[in-house]
Design a protein around this ligand. Structure first.
Ligand code: DX5
Ligand code: ZN
Length: 219
C-alpha cells in the first residue's frame, strides 16, 4: 500500500501551545501542517488570519497546507501565500459561478501554489469531475466543515474510492486528502479506500503519546 501522508490540523491546538506542538509534530515525522482558516461566514466558526499564520509558518519547516473556509477565497490568496502557504484548498461551494471558480484555480496555478479544491460532504465527485484536471489536491471533507472533534461520515469511504477511480480513468495525478473525524480506528479504512493525505485534528492533539499516534496513523 502506498505511503500515506499525515497532516495534523492547527484547529485542535490552542495558539499558546502551538510552538511546542510544532516541535512534537516535527519529531513525529508528520508531513504537512493543515492550517484551517475560517471566516465565521462560510462556516459558523472563526479562526486566525494570515498575520497569525505567518507567525506559525516561521516556526516550522512542515509543508504548509492551507484550508480556506471563507466566503471569498479569491481575494485572500496572495495574503496567505505571503504568510507561507505552499498549497491552498478553496471550497467548491464558496463559488456561485463555475467560471469564476475555474479562473481562480488557474490563478492559483500561476501563483505557484499546489492547487487544492475542497468539497463538503454533500457535494459529489461527479459535480467536480470536470475540474479535476486543474487541481493537485482534492480535499474531501468527511465532516461538515467548521469544527473539530466531529464523527467521521462513513459514506466518505465510497467518495474516496470514486475519486480514486476517476483519477485512474482520466489519467490524472491529484492527491486525495481527507479531512474530519480521522483517528487510528478508522485510518486503515480511509487509506484502504484511497486517501493519500489524512488530516488529523483532535484525535492526535488529545493523544497521550502524539509521536506514537502519528506512527500508528501511518500504519
Ligand atoms: C474542520 C476542519 C478540520 C478539523 C479536523 O472543518 O477542516 O481540518 O481540524 O479536526 P478533527 O480531526 O478533529 O475532525
Ligand atoms: Zn481542514
Amino acid at each position: 500500500m502506498a505511503k500515506v501522508l499525515v497532516a495534523p490540523s492547527t484547529l485542535a491546538c490552542p495558539l499558546v501551545e502551538m510552538t511546542d506542538y510544532l516541535q512534537v509534530l516535527k519529531t513525529a515525522n508528520a508531513d504537512w501542517l493543515h492550517c484551517d482558516i475560517m471566516d465565521g461566514k462560510f462556516v459558523p466558526n472563526k479562526t486566525f488570519d494570515d498575520i497569525t499564520l505567518s507567525l506559525i509558518t516561521k516556526k516550522t519547516d512542515l509543508y504548509i497546507d492551507v484550508h480556506l473556509m471563507v466566503e471569498r477565497p479569491r481575494l485572500l490568496l496572495s495574503r496567505y501565500i505571503r504568510a507561507g502557504a505552499q498549497g491552498i484548498s478553496i471550497h467548491y461551494e464558496a463559488f456561485k459561478s463555475r467560471l469564476e471558480l475555474i479562473d481562480t484555480l488557474k490563478i492559483m496555478r500561476n501563483l505557484g501554489l499546489k492547487v487544492g479544491l475542497a468539497i463538503k460532504p454533500n457535494t459529489t465527485i461527479n459535480e467536480v469531475s470536470t475540474l479535476l484536471s486543474l487541481i493537485d489536491v482534492l480535499l474531501i471533507m468527511s465532516v461538515e466543515p467548521g469544527f473539530g472533534g466531529q464523527k467521521f461520515i462513513l459514506g466518505t469511504l465510497t467518495k474516496i474510492m470514486e475519486a480514486k477511480r476517476m483519477r485512474e480513468e482520466k489519467g490524472l495525478h491529484y492527491l486525495i486528502e481527507v479531512d474530519g473525524g480521522i483517528n487510528i480506528d478508522n485510518a486503515r479504512a480511509v487509506v484502504g479506500a484511497g486517501a493519500d493525505v489524512m488530516v488529523c485534528g483532535s484525535a492526535l492533539y488529545k493523544a497521550e503519546n502524539r509521536i506514537e499516534y502519528v506512527a500508528k496513523l501511518k500504519g
